[in-house]
Design a protein around this ligand. Structure first.
Ligand SMILES: [Zn+2]
Ligand SMILES: [Zn+2]
Length: 151
């Protein structure tokens, strides 16, 4: 399921959105995500984990916030998991996107702040998004004014 938080800047009226969770085209997005890993887009370590294991990646979108400078972004988690039971051929597991108990967490991806270079942290939005986020246009901090949900 996905959730969208709509923002409207109280200073410049710019509208921006934070869309997190699973999108409607998730299986396709998941495949694209695995292809990116195989192409080395997320670094050699991620590629080699996928080459050598029945691995899965958390392709859901989350909100990341830099606690140093307030910069934020929406991005996939890219945490990697390894399938623990070799009951099924590798090819079946590769594009599986239900990361359940049969997968063991391996490593979380380092989300680096594009402004100050520090590590960004994942914001827990399970219940509500209660923090203010800076307007991408003018920098004014705003709270969301509308929630959108989809399956
Ligand atoms: Zn920063
Ligand atoms: Zn603004």
């Amino acid at each position: 399921m996905g959730t969208g938080y709509m923002f409207k800047c109280i200073k410049c009226e710019h509208e921006y959105e934070v869309s997190i969770g699973i999108g409607a085209f998730f299986p396709t997005e998941y495949e694209k995500c695995v292809k990116d890993i195989m192409r080395g887009k997320l670094g050699d370590e991620w590629k080699s984990i996928f080459l050598n294991n029945s691995a899965a990646v958390d392709a859901k979108k989350y909100l990341y916030l830099c606690k140093s400078c307030g910069n934020w972004k929406v991005d996939r988690s890219y945490s990697v998991y390894i399938y623990e039971y070799e009951l099924f051929p590798k090819s079946l597991c590769l594009y599986s996107y239900n990361i359940d108990d049969t997968y063991k967490f391996v490593k979380s991806y380092y989300h680096k702040c594009s402004k100050c270079g520090k590590r960004m942290s994942k914001v827990n939005t399970n219940h509500d998004l209660s923090i203010s986020l800076a307007c991408p246009k003018c920098g004014k901090e705003n709270y969301y004014h509308e929630i959108l949900m989809w399956d």
